[in-house]
Design a protein around this ligand. Structure first.
Ligand SMILES: CC(C)(COP(=O)(O)OP(=O)(O)OC[C@H]1O[C@@H](n2cnc3c(N)ncnc32)[C@H](O)[C@@H]1OP(=O)(O)O)[C@@H](O)C(=O)NCCC(=O)NCCS
Length: 170
């Protein structure tokens, strides 16, 4: 199994793995397609897990904004992540996230934010974001599912305000 950047040839396989991982619905596959066409898309942060020519996992990290009083801070958001149902709980999601984090740390962003399973993401260092000064009003989710991870030292102290997901997410 290898983790690598997506190419155009992977688009179909990425759709399929997202549809299957999210219980045969197309919402997340469509979300990926919309983000890819948007200005927040970062090509090096759309990662696939490939095994023998088949896409068995996908992770997408893209740009969003945190809007504070008189400030707009560009941040990263992780969504979605999908692993082929028959291959879940084998560490593939973990490998995608670790590679994604390593690539994010080479870029110039303070934090990576997400909405996700509170049992899963803390193992990678994610912590609830609201107590650290972030707000999220677009999606009224409980505090424990709105999480973030500091990518650069002091990152949390520089990011204050409301996370605004771009149009592609709405
Ligand atoms: C979430 C997901 C990407 C994790 O990938 P994975 O390859 O199964 O994850 P890993 O093998 O690296 O890690 C497995 C761990 O994740 C946990 N996990 C997997 N899915 C989970 C879920 N829906 N809720 C909570 N924990 C979950 C497992 O319980 C396991 O925990 P353990 O190590 O304590 O036993 C994958 O399960 C998936 O595609 N799920 C469906 C789509 C989805 O929910 N995406 C995330 C939206 S936030």
């Amino acid at each position: 199994m290898i983790i690598r950047t997506e190419t155009e040839k992977d688009y179909g396989g990425i759709r399929e793995v997202n549809i299957r991982a999210f219980g045969n619905r197309e919402d997340e596959a469509n979300l990926v397609d919309r983000i890819r066409k948007s200005k927040g898309f970062l090509p090096s942060l759309s990662l696939v897990a490939e095994e023998e020519g088949t896409i068995i996992g996908h992770l997408l990290i893209s740009k969003a904004e945190v809007v504070g009083e008189g400030s707009v801070h560009e941040v990263l958001v992780l969504a979605p992540i999908a692993v082929e149902p028959s291959r879940q709980k084998q560490g593939i999601g973990g490998r995608l996230i670790e590679e994604g984090l390593s690539r994010c740390r080479q870029l110039d962003y303070d934090v990576l934010l997400l909405i996700g399973h509170p049992e899963y993401y803390p193992r990678f260092g994610f912590r609830p974001a609201r107590p650290l000064g972030l707000e999220l009003k677009q999606f009224p989710v409980p505090d424990e599912v709105f999480m973030g991870l500091e990518l650069k030292e002091g990152g949390w102290s520089r990011v204050r305000g409301e996370l605004k997901y771009p149009e592609a997410f709405l």
